[in-house]
Design a protein around this ligand. Sequence first.
Ligand code: HAM
Length: 414
Amino acid sequence: MASTSHQPVQGMSDIAPPDVALWQMIEQRAREVFARYRFSEVRTPVLEKLELFTHSLGDTTDVVTKEMYTLEDRGGRKLALRPEGTAGAIRYVASGGEETANARIFYMGPMFRCERPQAGRKRQFHQIGLEAVGAPNPLADAEVIALQVHLLAAWGLKGAKIRLNTIGLPEDRAAVLAGLRKAILPRLHELPEEAQQRFETNVLRLLDSKDPVVKKIIAEVPSVIEFMSASSRAYLDTVIATLKKLEIDVEIDATLVRGLDYYVHTVWEVVHGGLGAQNALSGGGRYRIQLDGKAVDGVGFAMGVERVIAALEATGVTASQFAPPPPVFIVSLGEVALNENLLLLQMLRQRGIACEMELSARKVQAQMRRADKVGAQVVVIRGDTELEKGTFVVKNMADGSQREVELPELIKLL
Ligand code: HAM
Protein backbone atom coordinates (compact mmCIF):
# COMPACT_ATOMS: atom_id res chain seq x y z
CA MET A 1 0.00 0.00 0.00
CA ALA A 2 1.30 3.45 -0.89
CA SER A 3 2.40 5.40 2.14
CA THR A 4 0.59 8.67 2.78
CA SER A 5 3.21 9.97 5.19
CA HIS A 6 4.93 11.94 2.42
CA GLN A 7 1.76 13.60 1.19
CA PRO A 8 0.90 17.18 2.15
CA VAL A 9 -2.34 17.90 4.00
CA GLN A 10 -5.45 17.28 1.87
CA GLY A 11 -6.26 20.25 -0.35
CA MET A 12 -2.70 21.59 -0.14
CA SER A 13 0.11 21.12 -2.64
CA ASP A 14 3.83 21.36 -3.04
CA ILE A 15 4.70 23.80 -5.82
CA ALA A 16 7.88 22.59 -7.45
CA PRO A 17 9.76 22.41 -10.76
CA PRO A 18 8.84 22.38 -13.56
CA ASP A 19 5.51 24.09 -12.65
CA VAL A 20 7.14 26.64 -10.39
CA ALA A 21 8.48 28.42 -13.49
CA LEU A 22 4.94 29.53 -14.31
CA TRP A 23 4.44 30.79 -10.75
CA GLN A 24 7.62 32.80 -10.97
CA MET A 25 6.61 34.34 -14.29
CA ILE A 26 3.22 35.32 -12.86
CA GLU A 27 4.73 36.89 -9.75
CA GLN A 28 7.48 38.70 -11.61
CA ARG A 29 5.17 40.25 -14.19
CA ALA A 30 2.68 41.20 -11.49
CA ARG A 31 5.47 43.05 -9.67
CA GLU A 32 6.31 44.94 -12.85
CA VAL A 33 2.70 46.01 -13.39
CA PHE A 34 2.22 47.00 -9.72
CA ALA A 35 5.35 49.13 -9.87
CA ARG A 36 4.01 51.08 -12.84
CA TYR A 37 0.82 51.86 -10.97
CA ARG A 38 2.87 52.74 -7.88
CA PHE A 39 1.72 50.01 -5.51
CA SER A 40 4.18 48.70 -2.89
CA GLU A 41 4.39 45.24 -1.45
CA VAL A 42 3.34 44.53 2.13
CA ARG A 43 3.90 41.12 3.71
CA THR A 44 1.54 40.66 6.61
CA PRO A 45 1.55 37.60 8.91
CA VAL A 46 -0.24 34.45 7.80
CA LEU A 47 -1.65 34.06 11.31
CA GLU A 48 -3.87 36.84 12.70
CA LYS A 49 -6.25 37.34 15.61
CA LEU A 50 -9.49 35.51 14.88
CA GLU A 51 -11.55 38.62 15.61
CA LEU A 52 -9.87 40.50 12.76
CA PHE A 53 -11.64 38.22 10.30
CA THR A 54 -14.96 37.88 12.13
CA HIS A 55 -15.21 41.68 12.35
CA SER A 56 -14.11 42.58 8.85
CA LEU A 57 -15.40 39.73 6.67
CA GLY A 58 -18.70 39.39 8.58
CA ASP A 59 -19.46 36.88 11.31
CA THR A 60 -22.23 35.12 9.35
CA THR A 61 -20.31 34.64 6.09
CA ASP A 62 -19.43 31.11 4.96
CA VAL A 63 -15.73 31.96 5.02
CA VAL A 64 -15.91 32.88 8.71
CA THR A 65 -18.44 30.32 9.95
CA LYS A 66 -17.43 27.25 7.94
CA GLU A 67 -14.07 27.63 6.30
CA MET A 68 -11.52 29.22 8.60
CA TYR A 69 -8.65 27.31 10.16
CA THR A 70 -8.80 28.54 13.73
CA LEU A 71 -6.58 27.67 16.64
CA GLU A 72 -5.70 28.67 20.15
CA ASP A 73 -2.09 29.38 20.91
CA ARG A 74 -0.40 28.30 24.13
CA GLY A 75 -1.61 31.44 25.84
CA GLY A 76 -5.22 30.68 24.93
CA ARG A 77 -5.39 33.46 22.31
CA LYS A 78 -7.80 32.74 19.46
CA LEU A 79 -6.07 32.95 16.10
CA ALA A 80 -6.85 32.09 12.48
CA LEU A 81 -4.87 31.33 9.36
CA ARG A 82 -5.80 34.13 6.99
CA PRO A 83 -8.56 33.11 4.56
CA GLU A 84 -7.92 36.20 2.42
CA GLY A 85 -5.59 39.19 2.28
CA THR A 86 -7.72 42.31 2.59
CA ALA A 87 -8.34 42.16 6.35
CA GLY A 88 -4.64 41.87 7.20
CA ALA A 89 -3.69 44.58 4.72
CA ILE A 90 -6.25 46.97 6.21
CA ARG A 91 -5.17 46.09 9.76
CA TYR A 92 -1.67 47.06 8.74
CA VAL A 93 -2.86 50.38 7.29
CA ALA A 94 -5.02 51.12 10.35
CA SER A 95 -2.08 50.36 12.65
CA GLY A 96 -0.44 53.46 11.24
CA GLY A 97 1.76 51.58 8.80
CA GLU A 98 0.53 53.75 5.93
CA GLU A 99 -1.44 56.88 5.37
CA THR A 100 -5.08 55.74 5.53
CA ALA A 101 -6.11 58.47 3.12
CA ASN A 102 -3.95 57.18 0.33
CA ALA A 103 -2.23 53.81 0.72
CA ARG A 104 -1.49 51.66 -2.30
CA ILE A 105 -0.36 48.17 -1.38
CA PHE A 106 -0.14 44.72 -2.92
CA TYR A 107 0.49 41.26 -1.53
CA MET A 108 1.20 37.75 -2.74
CA GLY A 109 0.97 34.63 -0.67
CA PRO A 110 -0.87 31.63 0.68
CA MET A 111 -4.44 31.84 2.02
CA PHE A 112 -6.33 29.07 3.83
CA ARG A 113 -9.95 27.98 3.61
CA CYS A 114 -11.10 24.60 4.82
CA GLU A 115 -13.49 24.00 1.93
CA ARG A 116 -14.33 20.67 0.35
CA PRO A 117 -11.43 20.17 -2.08
CA GLN A 118 -12.46 19.93 -5.73
CA ALA A 119 -11.16 21.12 -9.08
CA GLY A 120 -10.18 24.77 -8.65
CA ARG A 121 -10.76 24.73 -4.92
CA LYS A 122 -7.86 24.18 -2.53
CA ARG A 123 -7.46 24.48 1.22
CA GLN A 124 -4.18 26.30 0.79
CA PHE A 125 -4.32 28.52 -2.28
CA HIS A 126 -2.47 31.66 -3.30
CA GLN A 127 -3.64 35.16 -4.00
CA ILE A 128 -2.03 38.09 -5.70
CA GLY A 129 -4.02 41.01 -4.40
CA LEU A 130 -4.03 44.73 -4.17
CA GLU A 131 -5.70 47.41 -2.05
CA ALA A 132 -6.03 51.10 -2.91
CA VAL A 133 -7.05 52.66 0.38
CA GLY A 134 -8.89 55.98 0.25
CA ALA A 135 -12.32 57.59 0.24
CA PRO A 136 -14.93 56.27 -2.22
CA ASN A 137 -14.25 57.58 -5.70
CA PRO A 138 -15.55 55.88 -8.84
CA LEU A 139 -12.38 56.87 -10.70
CA ALA A 140 -10.30 54.89 -8.18
CA ASP A 141 -12.49 51.82 -8.79
CA ALA A 142 -11.99 52.18 -12.56
CA GLU A 143 -8.23 52.62 -12.14
CA VAL A 144 -7.95 49.38 -10.17
CA ILE A 145 -9.99 47.53 -12.80
CA ALA A 146 -7.74 48.98 -15.51
CA LEU A 147 -4.71 47.70 -13.60
CA GLN A 148 -6.28 44.26 -13.46
CA VAL A 149 -6.84 44.22 -17.21
CA HIS A 150 -3.19 45.24 -17.62
CA LEU A 151 -2.16 42.37 -15.38
CA LEU A 152 -4.10 39.81 -17.43
CA ALA A 153 -2.43 41.13 -20.59
CA ALA A 154 1.03 40.99 -18.99
CA TRP A 155 0.42 37.32 -18.22
CA GLY A 156 -0.71 36.70 -21.77
CA LEU A 157 -4.08 35.46 -20.55
CA LYS A 158 -6.76 35.74 -23.20
CA GLY A 159 -10.49 35.14 -22.89
CA ALA A 160 -11.11 36.57 -19.41
CA LYS A 161 -14.33 38.48 -18.81
CA ILE A 162 -15.21 41.04 -16.14
CA ARG A 163 -18.63 40.91 -14.48
CA LEU A 164 -19.47 44.10 -12.60
CA ASN A 165 -22.23 45.07 -10.20
CA THR A 166 -22.94 47.38 -7.31
CA ILE A 167 -23.82 46.42 -3.74
CA GLY A 168 -24.82 50.02 -2.97
CA LEU A 169 -24.30 51.45 0.50
CA PRO A 170 -25.52 49.93 3.78
CA GLU A 171 -28.24 52.60 3.62
CA ASP A 172 -29.51 51.02 0.39
CA ARG A 173 -29.61 47.58 1.89
CA ALA A 174 -33.10 47.79 3.46
CA ALA A 175 -34.66 49.08 0.23
CA VAL A 176 -32.92 46.41 -1.86
CA LEU A 177 -33.96 43.57 0.44
CA ALA A 178 -37.53 44.84 0.69
CA GLY A 179 -37.78 45.45 -3.06
CA LEU A 180 -36.40 42.04 -3.91
CA ARG A 181 -38.64 40.27 -1.40
CA LYS A 182 -41.70 42.08 -2.66
CA ALA A 183 -40.86 41.16 -6.26
CA ILE A 184 -40.21 37.49 -5.48
CA LEU A 185 -43.02 36.96 -2.94
CA PRO A 186 -45.84 36.26 -5.46
CA ARG A 187 -43.72 33.43 -6.88
CA LEU A 188 -42.31 32.09 -3.63
CA HIS A 189 -44.26 28.81 -3.96
CA GLU A 190 -42.43 28.08 -7.24
CA LEU A 191 -39.04 28.08 -5.48
CA PRO A 192 -37.39 24.87 -4.23
CA GLU A 193 -37.49 24.47 -0.46
CA GLU A 194 -33.88 25.46 0.17
CA ALA A 195 -34.40 28.63 -1.85
CA GLN A 196 -37.52 29.43 0.16
CA GLN A 197 -35.36 29.30 3.30
CA ARG A 198 -32.80 31.57 1.67
CA PHE A 199 -35.64 33.96 0.89
CA GLU A 200 -36.14 34.29 4.63
CA THR A 201 -32.50 34.29 5.80
CA ASN A 202 -30.52 35.97 3.03
CA VAL A 203 -32.55 36.84 -0.02
CA LEU A 204 -29.49 38.28 -1.81
CA ARG A 205 -27.97 34.81 -2.04
CA LEU A 206 -30.82 33.83 -4.38
CA LEU A 207 -29.28 36.13 -6.97
CA ASP A 208 -26.32 33.85 -7.71
CA SER A 209 -28.19 30.56 -7.27
CA LYS A 210 -27.28 27.85 -9.77
CA ASP A 211 -30.78 26.32 -9.61
CA PRO A 212 -32.52 26.79 -13.00
CA VAL A 213 -35.91 27.56 -11.43
CA VAL A 214 -34.43 30.24 -9.16
CA LYS A 215 -32.36 31.61 -12.04
CA LYS A 216 -35.43 32.01 -14.21
CA ILE A 217 -37.37 33.89 -11.54
CA ILE A 218 -34.40 36.13 -10.73
CA ALA A 219 -34.05 36.98 -14.41
CA GLU A 220 -37.64 38.17 -14.41
CA VAL A 221 -37.66 40.39 -11.29
CA PRO A 222 -36.25 43.95 -11.37
CA SER A 223 -32.48 44.28 -10.93
CA VAL A 224 -31.19 45.18 -7.45
CA ILE A 225 -29.74 48.37 -8.90
CA GLU A 226 -33.25 49.70 -9.44
CA PHE A 227 -33.97 49.61 -5.70
CA MET A 228 -30.91 51.70 -4.81
CA SER A 229 -30.66 55.41 -4.07
CA ALA A 230 -29.98 57.85 -6.90
CA SER A 231 -26.49 58.57 -5.58
CA SER A 232 -25.52 54.88 -5.53
CA ARG A 233 -26.76 54.49 -9.08
CA ALA A 234 -24.83 57.60 -10.12
CA TYR A 235 -21.67 56.14 -8.55
CA LEU A 236 -22.06 53.00 -10.66
CA ASP A 237 -22.77 55.07 -13.78
CA THR A 238 -19.52 56.99 -13.33
CA VAL A 239 -17.55 53.74 -12.92
CA ILE A 240 -19.10 52.39 -16.12
CA ALA A 241 -18.54 55.63 -18.07
CA THR A 242 -14.90 55.80 -16.94
CA LEU A 243 -14.24 52.20 -17.95
CA LYS A 244 -15.79 52.95 -21.32
CA LYS A 245 -13.45 55.91 -21.72
CA LEU A 246 -10.53 53.61 -20.93
CA GLU A 247 -11.88 51.13 -23.50
CA ILE A 248 -12.34 48.40 -20.93
CA ASP A 249 -15.17 45.97 -21.59
CA VAL A 250 -17.25 44.86 -18.65
CA GLU A 251 -20.51 43.01 -18.41
CA ILE A 252 -22.96 44.60 -15.98
CA ASP A 253 -24.45 41.71 -14.06
CA ALA A 254 -26.96 42.64 -11.37
CA THR A 255 -26.99 39.06 -10.07
CA LEU A 256 -23.36 39.22 -8.97
CA VAL A 257 -23.06 38.98 -5.19
CA ARG A 258 -19.90 38.49 -3.16
CA GLY A 259 -19.33 36.14 -0.25
CA LEU A 260 -17.79 38.73 2.08
CA ASP A 261 -19.72 41.41 3.99
CA TYR A 262 -17.33 44.37 3.72
CA TYR A 263 -18.30 45.46 0.22
CA VAL A 264 -20.04 48.73 -0.71
CA HIS A 265 -20.69 50.14 -4.18
CA THR A 266 -18.67 48.50 -6.97
CA VAL A 267 -18.00 44.76 -6.98
CA TRP A 268 -16.64 42.61 -9.77
CA GLU A 269 -15.34 39.21 -10.69
CA VAL A 270 -13.06 38.10 -13.48
CA VAL A 271 -14.20 34.80 -14.95
CA HIS A 272 -12.62 32.53 -17.52
CA GLY A 273 -14.26 29.95 -19.77
CA GLY A 274 -11.25 27.62 -19.53
CA LEU A 275 -12.09 26.87 -15.88
CA GLY A 276 -14.81 24.50 -14.71
CA ALA A 277 -17.47 25.27 -12.13
CA GLN A 278 -15.03 27.38 -10.09
CA ASN A 279 -14.64 29.87 -12.91
CA ALA A 280 -13.70 32.99 -10.91
CA LEU A 281 -10.10 34.02 -11.44
CA SER A 282 -10.55 36.93 -9.16
CA GLY A 283 -12.91 38.76 -6.86
CA GLY A 284 -12.81 42.39 -5.99
CA GLY A 285 -14.63 45.53 -5.10
CA ARG A 286 -14.92 48.61 -2.95
CA TYR A 287 -15.23 48.07 0.79
CA ARG A 288 -15.52 49.76 4.15
CA ILE A 289 -13.91 47.94 7.05
CA GLN A 290 -14.40 48.99 10.68
CA LEU A 291 -11.44 48.30 12.92
CA ASP A 292 -11.54 49.47 16.54
CA GLY A 293 -14.13 52.07 15.69
CA LYS A 294 -12.12 53.42 12.77
CA ALA A 295 -13.58 53.01 9.26
CA VAL A 296 -11.12 52.36 6.47
CA ASP A 297 -12.33 52.72 2.88
CA GLY A 298 -10.66 51.12 -0.09
CA VAL A 299 -10.97 49.26 -3.33
CA GLY A 300 -9.07 46.18 -4.43
CA PHE A 301 -9.08 42.69 -5.80
CA ALA A 302 -7.38 39.34 -5.35
CA MET A 303 -6.54 36.91 -8.11
CA GLY A 304 -6.37 33.20 -7.33
CA VAL A 305 -2.97 32.14 -8.67
CA GLU A 306 -3.91 28.43 -9.06
CA ARG A 307 -6.86 29.49 -11.19
CA VAL A 308 -4.81 31.92 -13.26
CA ILE A 309 -2.45 29.02 -13.97
CA ALA A 310 -5.33 26.69 -14.86
CA ALA A 311 -6.72 29.31 -17.25
CA LEU A 312 -3.31 29.86 -18.84
CA GLU A 313 -2.89 26.12 -19.29
CA ALA A 314 -6.37 25.87 -20.79
CA THR A 315 -5.23 28.35 -23.44
CA GLY A 316 -2.11 26.33 -24.28
CA VAL A 317 0.50 28.01 -22.09
CA THR A 318 2.89 25.57 -20.41
CA ALA A 319 5.42 25.88 -17.62
CA SER A 320 8.19 24.63 -19.91
CA GLN A 321 7.92 27.90 -21.88
CA PHE A 322 9.25 29.67 -18.80
CA ALA A 323 11.73 27.05 -17.62
CA PRO A 324 15.21 28.35 -16.80
CA PRO A 325 17.76 27.99 -19.63
CA PRO A 326 19.66 24.68 -19.63
CA PRO A 327 22.99 24.67 -17.78
CA VAL A 328 26.46 24.17 -19.18
CA PHE A 329 27.79 20.86 -17.84
CA ILE A 330 31.44 20.32 -16.99
CA VAL A 331 32.88 16.81 -17.23
CA SER A 332 36.14 15.97 -15.43
CA LEU A 333 38.49 13.20 -16.48
CA GLY A 334 40.38 12.31 -13.29
CA GLU A 335 40.94 13.83 -9.85
CA VAL A 336 43.34 16.58 -10.92
CA ALA A 337 40.94 17.88 -13.56
CA LEU A 338 38.08 17.67 -11.05
CA ASN A 339 39.87 20.11 -8.76
CA GLU A 340 40.78 22.48 -11.61
CA ASN A 341 37.21 22.31 -12.94
CA LEU A 342 35.91 23.51 -9.59
CA LEU A 343 37.66 26.81 -10.34
CA LEU A 344 36.25 26.87 -13.87
CA LEU A 345 32.76 26.22 -12.46
CA GLN A 346 33.09 29.13 -10.06
CA MET A 347 34.51 31.47 -12.71
CA LEU A 348 31.70 30.72 -15.17
CA ARG A 349 29.03 31.18 -12.49
CA GLN A 350 30.54 34.50 -11.51
CA ARG A 351 30.24 35.54 -15.14
CA GLY A 352 26.53 34.79 -15.00
CA ILE A 353 26.55 31.38 -16.70
CA ALA A 354 24.43 28.64 -15.12
CA CYS A 355 26.58 25.51 -14.88
CA GLU A 356 26.83 22.22 -13.08
CA MET A 357 29.33 19.43 -12.59
CA GLU A 358 29.70 16.22 -10.66
CA LEU A 359 31.68 16.72 -7.47
CA SER A 360 33.27 13.28 -7.65
CA ALA A 361 35.37 11.87 -10.50
CA ARG A 362 32.86 9.29 -11.68
CA LYS A 363 33.14 7.42 -14.99
CA VAL A 364 32.81 9.68 -18.04
CA GLN A 365 29.69 7.82 -19.19
CA ALA A 366 27.99 8.45 -15.85
CA GLN A 367 28.87 12.16 -16.04
CA MET A 368 27.56 12.39 -19.61
CA ARG A 369 24.32 10.70 -18.59
CA ARG A 370 23.91 13.28 -15.88
CA ALA A 371 24.59 16.09 -18.40
CA ASP A 372 21.86 14.66 -20.58
CA LYS A 373 19.46 14.37 -17.69
CA VAL A 374 19.81 18.02 -16.67
CA GLY A 375 19.22 19.05 -20.28
CA ALA A 376 22.69 20.50 -20.93
CA GLN A 377 23.18 21.56 -24.52
CA VAL A 378 26.86 22.28 -24.12
CA VAL A 379 29.32 20.10 -22.22
CA VAL A 380 32.86 21.21 -21.40
CA ILE A 381 35.27 18.27 -20.98
CA ARG A 382 38.67 18.55 -19.38
CA GLY A 383 41.22 15.88 -18.41
CA ASP A 384 44.99 15.75 -17.88
CA THR A 385 45.75 16.22 -21.61
CA GLU A 386 43.66 19.38 -21.87
CA LEU A 387 45.07 20.69 -18.58
CA GLU A 388 48.58 20.35 -19.96
CA LYS A 389 47.68 22.13 -23.19
CA GLY A 390 45.50 24.73 -21.47
CA THR A 391 42.49 23.81 -23.60
CA PHE A 392 38.88 22.70 -23.20
CA VAL A 393 36.85 20.26 -25.28
CA VAL A 394 33.41 21.70 -26.01
CA LYS A 395 30.76 19.21 -27.02
CA ASN A 396 27.51 20.25 -28.66
CA MET A 397 24.92 17.81 -27.30
CA ALA A 398 22.45 18.43 -30.12
CA ASP A 399 24.66 17.14 -32.94
CA GLY A 400 27.47 15.45 -31.00
CA SER A 401 30.17 17.65 -32.61
CA GLN A 402 33.28 18.53 -30.58
CA ARG A 403 35.95 21.18 -30.78
CA GLU A 404 38.94 22.12 -28.70
CA VAL A 405 39.23 25.76 -27.60
CA GLU A 406 41.30 27.97 -25.29
CA LEU A 407 39.85 29.96 -22.40
CA PRO A 408 39.04 33.28 -24.16
CA GLU A 409 37.14 31.44 -26.86
CA LEU A 410 35.38 29.22 -24.34
CA ILE A 411 34.05 32.26 -22.52
CA LYS A 412 32.96 33.86 -25.77
CA LEU A 413 31.24 30.66 -26.81
CA LEU A 414 29.29 30.26 -23.59
P1 HAM B 1 -12.56 36.05 -2.97
O1 HAM B 1 -13.51 36.16 -4.10
O2 HAM B 1 -13.04 35.36 -1.75
O3 HAM B 1 -12.14 37.53 -2.61
O4 HAM B 1 -11.23 35.36 -3.47
C1 HAM B 1 -10.52 35.89 -4.56
C2 HAM B 1 -10.05 34.78 -5.46
O5 HAM B 1 -9.27 33.83 -4.73
C3 HAM B 1 -11.15 33.94 -6.08
O6 HAM B 1 -11.71 34.56 -7.22
C4 HAM B 1 -10.39 32.69 -6.46
O7 HAM B 1 -9.68 32.87 -7.68
C5 HAM B 1 -9.39 32.57 -5.34
N1 HAM B 1 -9.87 31.58 -4.35
C6 HAM B 1 -10.72 31.77 -3.33
N2 HAM B 1 -10.92 30.61 -2.65
C7 HAM B 1 -10.18 29.67 -3.26
C8 HAM B 1 -9.94 28.27 -3.03
N3 HAM B 1 -10.49 27.62 -2.00
N4 HAM B 1 -9.10 27.63 -3.87
C9 HAM B 1 -8.52 28.27 -4.91
N5 HAM B 1 -8.69 29.58 -5.17
C10 HAM B 1 -9.51 30.28 -4.35
C11 HAM B 1 -11.26 37.87 -1.65
O8 HAM B 1 -10.53 37.10 -1.08
C12 HAM B 1 -11.18 39.37 -1.40
N6 HAM B 1 -10.21 39.61 -0.30
C13 HAM B 1 -10.78 40.10 -2.66
C14 HAM B 1 -10.67 41.58 -2.47
C15 HAM B 1 -9.52 42.29 -2.30
N7 HAM B 1 -11.67 42.44 -2.40
C16 HAM B 1 -11.20 43.65 -2.21
N8 HAM B 1 -9.89 43.59 -2.12
